[in-house]
Design a binder for this molecule. Structure first.
Ligand code: TRP
Length: 342
């Protein structure tokens, strides 16, 4: 039986290996099952929560993200895969508005992302504050008309998104309890590797920190980036045994653990480091090979997509596939809420 899957990314720039590990890898697995009806959302409205001063970036990023998705292997030619433009689904905004009537200020204030970010931002907008509710609309808008309460919408995401999904469940449940069953709850699918640290060893791989490996990096870029990666500073001779602490800081080993398709080999390298006897340069050379093997097909697919893909048409089609679903959900919400007087 077919299952709805929805996930998304904000359109705020091109993608890197962190996006691959944290998200795209799981998305590929999900799209491979033809029973999964996959909606991949280009969240250009949500991009305004952080980039309201840069509309042209948000626009060009729609192209970039689509090309990167194609590079990673997402395939909108499959009947079960839809690339969906958030701003083009007007019913979604109305779904959001109705949800705001049952979402409380307190529970949004307690959302960990909101709590942390609101302290950092000087003038947080109302749109920023309410984006957890907006994101619930993203998810529930693909509830099919024949949905039953035992079903759910699958949402493959990184660990950081889990509180948002718990909230989505909570709001859908509340709506259904108040007005009758309309909205499907969601279920998260979190990948085994949550987040990839940047090539400088900092917490998060991000474009602004300049510590990324990009999905279209050339082999030379990859070599250069691996070459300068930090290893264990306390292990001064390759004969020395490593430590668990050192392992946590040893970037090439961490990357092996996250990315080497040969898991056994990754474990072997870790064991060799812990025992002593392996040179960092060997670990790095093997990592370079792993990365080149991973990135090369992506770079090639991206070049091909840049030449031949009709990005606008792909997004138009995926969006048109979604609009009737969202409009159906909106109509059933209005009816349940007695907002359909005529
Ligand atoms: N908030 C997500 C992120 O920043 C993007 C997103 C928007 C999303 N709408 C969504 C993720 C719905 C899952 C479901 O990565």
């Amino acid at each position: 039986m077919s299952k709805q899957v929805l996930t998304g990314m904000r359109t705020t720039g091109s993608l890197h290996l962190g996006h691959y590990v944290g998200a795209l890898k799981q998305w590929l697995d999900v799209q491979a099952d033809p029973n999964n009806n996959c909606f991949f959302l280009l969240a250009d409205v949500q991009a305004y929560t952080t980039h309201a001063d840069n509309p042209s970036l948000i626009r060009t990023s729609i192209h970039e993200v689509v090309l990167d998705w194609l590079a990673a292997g997402l395939n909108p030619n499959l009947g079960n895969v839809h690339f969906v433009l958030q701003s083009a689904i007007t019913a979604r905004s109305q779904i959001y508005q109705y949800l705001t009537m049952i979402a409380t200020m307190g529970e949004v204030e307690r959302n960990p992302t909101i709590k942390e970010e609101i302290r950092r931002q000087k003038h947080p907008t109302i749109g920023f504050f309410t984006y957890p509710v907006d994101q619930v609309a993203d998810i529930v808008m693909v509830t099919p008309s024949d949905a039953t309460p035992d079903q759910n919408i699958l949402v493959p995401v990184g660990k950081d998104q889990v509180p948002h999904l718990e909230y989505s469940r909570e709001l859908a449940r509340r709506f259904n309890a108040n007005y009758g069953f309309v909205l499907l709850e969601c279920k998260e699918l979190v990948g085994e590797v949550g987040r990839l640290v940047g090539t400088d060893g900092n917490e998060k791989m991000s474009k602004s920190a300049g510590n990324t490996i990009n999905l279209n990096d050339a082999d030379e870029d990859i070599r250069a980036k691996v070459k300068v990666m930090y290893t264990d500073p306390n292990r001064t001779s390759f004969r020395d045994a490593g430590t668990e602490d050192g392992l946590a800081k040893h970037l090439p080993l961490q990357y092996h653990l996250a990315l080497n398709p040969n898991k056994e080999r990754a474990e072997e390298l870790v064991a060799a480091y812990l025992q002593g006897g392996i040179k960092d340069v060997e670990i790095k050379n093997e990592l370079t090979e792993v990365l080149i093997e991973l990135i090369t097909p992506m770079r090639e697919r991206r070049a091909e997509a840049e030449r031949n893909a009709d990005v606008v048409e792909i997004v138009r089609q995926g969006t048109l596939d979604t609009i009737p679903l969202a409009e159906g959900v909106l109509e059933r919400m209005r009816s349940a809420m007695h907002l359909d007087f005529f």
